[in-house]
Ligand binder design. Sequence first.
Ligand code: FES
Length: 180
Amino acid sequence: MSEDVSRRQFFVWLGVVLNSLAALILATPVIGYLLAPLLRAEGGQYRQWIDLGELDEFPEGQTRLAKYKNPISNAWDGDTDNIPCWVRRLQGETFQVFAVNCAHLGCPVRWFPQSGLFMCPCHGGVYYRDGSRASGPPPRGLFQYPYKIEGGRLMIQGGELPTLASPSASLNKRSQECQG
Ligand code: FES
């Protein structure tokens, strides 16, 4: 009788331990999701100012491809932690820095200076030179990085790709206004 009880107790405890482990494994991504906004807050570890290079590397009136190293990377990421972006210098210290990813499903867009358009190879999305949507399935224009000039160098706020939740909207209004 006492052996039955102890065996039953053993299986009860085993069940409790296994269920707790399963709950912990399932809860980890949920907890991460809930805590993410705190980490993304200003000064959080995700967003960082990243040096894209000297202003002279970006001639006025031109759009150039630039790359930066993702500040959140692992040793085994290899070349994938080099993130490309399109840099458009309007004049002086007025820039637009576009995420390379299409606003539809994220394919990398290419700049065609002859036509003055960004084109997406996946489903034919097209954007004007200012990043606004021209045609195709993208629901909006290209996402833009917040930027600033510091010590004659162009800095962008990287660490996560810009989205509608990024603070770029207000920061980039300035460059939109300067386009006239
Ligand atoms: S991913 Fe660019 S148009 Fe679909």
